[in-house]
Ligand binder design. Sequence first.
Ligand SMILES: [Zn+2]
Ligand SMILES: [Zn+2]
Length: 366
Amino acid sequence: MKRITNLIWVVFALLIGLSSNSITSIASNANSPDKMEVHFIDVGQGDTTLITCGGHAMLIDAGDETKGTAIQNYLQKQQIKELDYLILTHPDADHIGGAPVIITKFKINQVFLSDYERDNTTYQKLIQALDYKRQKPVTPEMGSQYSLGTAVITILAPGKEYDNPNDSSVAFIIQNGNTRFLFTGDAGEAAETDILNQGIDISADVYKAGHHGSKYSTSEEFFKAVSPSFAVISCGKNNSYGHPHAETFNKLRAGGVKVYRTDEEGTIVAISDGTDITFNVPPSESWKAGEPTGSSGTQQIQNKENEASDLTAENTTYVLNRNTKKFHKPDCSSVETIKDANRTDTTQSRDAILESGYVPCKRCNP
Ligand SMILES: [Zn+2]
Ligand SMILES: [Zn+2]
């Protein structure tokens, strides 16, 4: 008898379902995750990721100064008028340069910013834009959670203060249904170790390779804990940092990870239905690492189209002024006076720079 009653109920529900899908849609909202889209937008050397879920949207980083308008256009094409969150992982030019455009053009509910402050014009422009829109950015607390539709964001870092911007990156996991994506900005090995030591589960299906695939990130233990199926590398074609580095690539390859990269494939979109993840392009098969830095100086210095000053304590060897053709030590007092448009932070050897026609600054004698 009970079976028959059930059967009648099923037929009844189907009929209702056909005439109006209200019952089924309520049921699916309660039980199944919204579709989540993760757009790794091609911004050359730099980072920008758009995530949408259930009519909500967030942006992580905003490329360099030259990319703000392109990102704005991309968001508008996706019909985005409002952002639940803007996460600026850390204040390097290739992550915050385009942010003033986004902050000015979109309504943003909450801006998250690393606590590392910088003293340069790129950072000042960001602060001015935030002030102008009366946005009070906050550094999110480690372990705190935020929702984006059915997806849940868990903050993993920074858990303490660091003496360099990269390690100060805001890092988080976003989980939709059973699928998980990990973002660590440009956090290096020290910050990765601190994330590991918190004991929060950082396993992820998709790992946005830390620091554009640099060898200073994706340390062995960290990579093991993440154990991703897919990795996405956001970097510029022939970038002067040599990203992605061969060391990182070897790890990903040995781990059987499918790799997607913006320098080869342009914007990459991953879609999660809560169970499965699909990509808009096939994985890269090239396994081609960036050129070792300092090898072909002239070409690298002239190839500046997608270059951004990702100034890191351990990476940068010299700062070039492309206008005066002088080069400086990163801590030279003249460096702060170089206009962003003329400045290049490089990891190249002194010889490679000299070979490219640059002359040493008389003040800092690099
Ligand atoms: Zn970067
Ligand atoms: Zn950085």
